[in-house]
Design a binder for this molecule. Sequence first.
Ligand SMILES: [Zn+2]
Length: 494
Amino acid sequence: MSQNTAVNSDSFPSGRPVVFRNATVLTIDPSLGMIESGDVLVVDNRIAEVGRQLVVPESATEIDAANGILMPGMVDTHRHMWQTALRGFGADWTLTNYFMFYYINWGKIFRAEDIYAGNLLSAIEAIDSGVTTTVDWSHGLQTVEYADAAVDALEAVPGRFVLAYGNLLGAPWQWTKAPEFADFIRRRIDGRGDMLRMQLAFDVTGDPAFPEKAAFEVARDFNLPVTTHAGVWGATNDDGIRLMHENGFMTPSTIYVHAATLSHDSYHRIAATGGHASVSAESEHNAGQGYPPTWMLRRHNIPVSLSMDTSVWWSADLFSAMRATLNADRSREHLEAHKRNETVTLSHLRAEQVVTWATLGGAQALGMDSIIGSITPGKKADLVLIKNDQSPVMFPLLHPYGHVVFQAGRGDVHTVMVDGKVVKYDHRLLDIDLAKARQAVMKTVEYAQAQMGEQAWDQAMNPEKAVVELIDNPYTYTERERDKAAQEEASQGS
Ligand SMILES: [Zn+2]
């Protein structure tokens, strides 16, 4: 492609093959590995061939991927997309602040159109940063009309999505039983293939009566995977896992989000039933669900996928997730060794593994690894080209997996393909109406500000600061001590 022509989706007409040329290809397919100066040919919506100097149909559009890294589209297995409407609002929150804001005080004010606004912006953000499949952990769905709005937004953006249907204000054993809920599945999900799938999203409180049983039964009846926040300090614990297990609701399709504050017994139950974890390291670091658990999940052989949780605090790009995950895992290995007065001399977790979690790991968690998650001939073509010839960060390219995790960022995402369709090229989204998303989100912000009032808005965004107790330092003569000494002198003098 010439850099000078105006690029739009007409530049990549449907039906015409596309070939990526001369990339460092991270296939994440164990039988193919990494291919330097590699080509990937896409025909229709599938990966047709992977190799070097491929002979391709004359009609193929060529994308020059030299100096770039071509990898599978990333998969985020847990994101509350509706909350992107208040992007960054909770930067200084704890989990308690978050619960107070959405569960106790303000979650109820959000309207169907606000869900649409947040989802639309979040969906665009996902594909822009190379996240080609996103689970919309949609727990703002107060009625089915809200769910319609959520899906309207997801269908307006050419990404792959999984609607994890939830409702933080209602009881899952009630709303899953509503006839309009079953009707929604028939109307909006059935027949959408692998571009739009559905899960049930609810948390298990640990109440010994296990009221969530009815919701699990609905999931089973509709053949829907369940995704649940598990091992969240102060909210969900081992009791929930035990109840799920004893009642036969832990399956290979179950996703345990965070899975941080759990006992070995719970990890054994997850591993034995084939479930997957969704680790949101940046979230766990900040909010307090528990320490990002990959260092422990690896020992239990529990498969890992990655997620960013919510843009009310964090970004929605998996570069952040990969980096936070590797940081957390290595940090914990060091600290555990130091406790034993030992030194870690060989890194346990490698960059390659983390890139695999961000791609194939997510696909496996969603039961979609036969379709996406690696650059394997026959799979659907969800691809990300990381290439930025204007950036000092893109050379030398010596350790490509490490480059993805520690060097690259979403600004380096050059081309994104979803289901064989180029949706971003040369750092620009193709035919995406960002202005529409901006308008919708600004309306939601104005509405929320008006509903909450200035004072509540400010207080919610800027929670009271925790008092930091200074540690006495025997080597410095602090002001406090000078005052104390002066007082003592004065009292002695009197
Ligand atoms: Zn969450």
